[in-house]
Design a protein. Sequence first.
Length: 160
Amino acid sequence: MYFSYASKWGNIIYLLENESIKGIWFEDQKYFPDIEEPIFIGKNSHKIVEELKAYERKELREFSLDLEIKATPFQKMVWEVLLEIPYGETVSYKWVAQKVAQRMGKASMSSQAVGQAIGRNPFSIVIPCHRVISSSGKLTGYAGGIEKKEALLMHEKNDH
């Protein structure tokens, strides 16, 4: 079932099936799923809402949710690297590509391939793709929109 949570950065839609979270998206973000069933709005006491609220209050830096990740092995590897980026810090796409290359036993990895995998991350905020920026320090490529990426980074930096 799809649920909606009104965060301070905009509506977040999440898919919950059998207590497992299958996706967390900003409403209407790039790669937002085609939803044909109703979205339940209102009170839901699921752990995801509790953790999102705690993150908004700056009481939570790492999520501990049961995510059911359906992705290619490459995407999973990229997203695992994203989970290693500390709260309040940023890294470049090149940095992520280097980490992925190391794990794959390769000399290098395409930053573009990594960027595409990051863009397909279906767990907004929880798998912190907002912490990845260009090598020049410019904010680029966030499926939820650059303004949300900037707001999330400011939220974390002001607490760091």
